[in-house]
Design a protein. Sequence first.
Length: 166
Amino acid sequence: MSKESFWVLVIFFFAGISSCEKDDLCTPDQAVTPRLIIQFKDQFNPLMAKAVPSLQVREIGATDFAPLNDSGATMLSEVDSIAIPLRTNDQLTSYDFLRREDGNLDTDNIDFTYELNEEYVSRACGFRVVYENLNGILNNSTWISSVVVVEPQVTNNTDIHVEIRH
């Protein structure tokens, strides 16, 4: 290979790399519609996290249980926080929270209402949905004492959005 052809290849290589713009790349954390992050707290001391012995969550009308974490687990033991999806095509997601403790199954229902907002991420990622003005309504109570919205704007997967006190 001659010196001239080597330099031509080097120039083409750098020209190809420099032609990629930030909008041409999409990292997984950019394109993700955020999940609702829920932390379980002690009803008598809300500053303390309180684990749920065994937890499953199912959307009303669904047969499958919701994924509760990034790995997709549908049942967790001794868990004090979860990340569940909200509907992207409706302003209401209704979940049953099933707790097993000492052989008993207790089920409480919570309706989550919100406003949908499509957010442009980039040319490569397109759009994602974020949720605004989140509200949690406890419909029946066997083991959950209250639902407290801590952050009404669901825009990321790091902030705690809701506390469930039990």
